[in-house]
Design a protein. Structure first.
Length: 275
């Protein structure tokens, strides 16, 4: 029934599988990328590889740092979590399980390939990051591959197995626990961030509220002598004529997302120290 209609309306509806893209990406700044994984699906590992390739193409070269956002990611497919972790690791254990019976034990190891060539990596988590997202954060933290930033994660580290019964029903049992490479149980414990962040929102001040006096504001100040000098270029540096326009086009995420802003600042700091 609908307002304005005297008789019920009839619609033909086809059932279908709705595929939600689990990986989103964009450049935060020149040389610094952002990947957001909303859930771990069977295609997430492949989608991540495609997103990284797209970021490198847009950046016209390798990235100097990457933010991996796993906030409010409830988990999903275990193999997808292993593939995402493996994308940034060259070797070592990713995750393993232990249970009461022998066939509940599994171990997953990384293959020798890092898709961002050892560039600094920051992973953001919060209390809504659970299960598969905790596996990724725990693996990258234990392997010293990433800095974990944000809030303590949810703490869902148990393995469920569905056992069918003869009458067509099934019983879902918890059969094992997930462990990070160093042997930490995720269950009811979660992942503790390396850098804890409060849940805050940034707000930029009005320039009129706070306008400190500088040397250049003083009457009759001494000139610096740079007026007639041509700017010298550093090695491998190019003049970016679109710099001002790019700055204007940049969205206001930095004033809204405190954790993401801090993650980018950290990446830039690491990049400077590496130089």
């Amino acid at each position: 029934m609908r307002e304005g209609e005297e008789t019920p309306l009839k619609f033909t509806i086809a059932r279908d599988i709705i595929k939600v893209k689990s990986v989103k990406s964009r450049l935060l700044d020149k040389n610094y990328g952002y990947l957001r994984i909303s859930s771990f699906q069977s295609s997430t590992g492949e989608n991540l590889k495609e997103a990284l390739a797209s970021l490198k193409k847009e950046n016209k070269g390798d990235l100097k740092g990457l933010v991996l956002d796993l906030r409010n990611n409830p988990g999903g497919v275990l193999n997808a979590a292993v593939e995402v972790s493996d994308a940034f690791l060259r070797s070592g254990l990713i995750v393993y399980t232990e249970g009461r019976i022998e066939n509940s034990e599994m171990r997953f190891n990384a293959s020798p390939d890092d898709l961002i060539n050892d560039a600094p990596l920051v992973v953001i988590i919060n209390s809504g990051s659970a299960s598969a997202s905790e596996i990724v954060a725990g693996a990258l933290q234990d392997q010293k591959r990433a800095i974990i930033m944000g809030e303590k994660s949810f703490g869902k580290g148990s393995v469920q197995t569905i056992l069918p019964t003869s009458n067509g029903a099934a019983v879902k049992l918890t059969t094992a626990r997930y462990y990070t490479p160093s042997g930490r149980s995720i269950q009811a414990e979660g992942i503790e961030p390396d850098i804890p962040l409060a849940h805050l929102k940034l707000e930029s001040l009005d320039k009129q509220e706070f306008a400190p006096v500088k040397e250049a504001d003083l009457s009759g100040h001494l000139q610096n002598g740079n007026q007639n000098k041509k700017p010298a270029l550093l090695d491998n540096e190019e003049v970016d004529s679109n710099k001002d326009s790019q700055a204007k086009e940049k969205d206001d995420w930095q004033t809204k997302d405190y954790a993401l802003s801090e993650a980018l600042n950290l990446l830039k700091g690491i990049s400077i120290m590496r130089k």
